[in-house]
Design a protein around this ligand. Sequence first.
Ligand SMILES: *Cc1c(COP(=O)(O)O)cnc(C)c1O
Length: 355
Amino acid sequence: MKKHNFSAGPCILPEEVLQKASEAVVNFNNDNLSLIEISHRSKPFVDVIERARSLALELLGLEGKGYHALFLQGGASNQFLMTAYNLLNKKAAYLNTGTWSSKAIKEAKLFGDLVEVASSEDKGFNYIPKNYDIPTDADYFHCTSNNTIYGTQMKSFPKTEVPLICDMSSDIFSRSLDFTNFDLIYAGAQKNMGPAGTTLVIVKEGLLGKVERAIPSMLNYQTHIDKDSMFNTPPVFAVYVSMLTLQWLKDLGGIPFIEKVNEKKAALLYAEIDRNPLFKGVVAPEDRSIMNATFQLTNPDHATAFDAMWQEADINGLHGHRSVGGYRASMYNALPLHSVQALVDVMQEFERKAQ
Ligand SMILES: *Cc1c(COP(=O)(O)O)cnc(C)c1O
């Protein structure tokens, strides 16, 4: 039986998606060729990438609203520099909510002045700063919607006149937002959409073309828009599996459906973290992520016993990020509610045995 996979990334994917993907690797479209050995310019693959781009826009409610969807390479990490390369003329504003924001800030500093509007580093990034000012002369404002490592999530986004850029790697397609408020969204596929190897980038029309510097072709969003994400060979397998996952989500009822499931999963686990005296949550309750729940043992000496117990229960990927320790349960779209129940059962059994 499949393990309960709480891995933070690469993430759990739906069983039916894995099944279809494995079949396509051997025999794609019943054409007696593998998906990964046909031309990316052949019609069967062009159909796949076009379907993936249109599903992404449709699920986000952006179809026909003047947005481009791109499937690029280099991970979300490459977007840290591409955003700045393409959009930063003089000055950009960043919200620092953790490791990923910090890395984005580091790259952007290579291209211009940087204003860190607020940071939660003072408390180990365990909350989301609020009530900060965004300079109106900034070229854009950049934030990270969900902090995969710390388990915090922005529940609202600032109203600002400057373009809004967001790293949504670990919560894209998990909750309803008015995505038309954003000018550029990026997300590495491997957190909530597919395998590693491709990054979804959503770009609003009219955003580009305002910086003076020359931009190398591969790092220029306009190149990829003009070439429909086919400027160079796209990562065909990662795009195909992402497309299957987006189709799976659409068939279930899209974001409104999965959001309810995600809220249910998060409520179940956080209730147990708060109830069970052997565990404690580590982030500000109002900023808790519905995707990545972080928690600790109240007595760290219990770690060996607890670790043995959840591993015995076929649970995978529960250790916290190496930089913060403790535990992290990543509850991405494809994780079923019964896996969260299995974890809660282990936590309750652990409490009974400790008495
Ligand atoms: C994982 C992650 C990244 C880095 O993604 P790569 O694809 O490995 O470059 C960036 N931002 C967030 C929020 C992440 O969770």
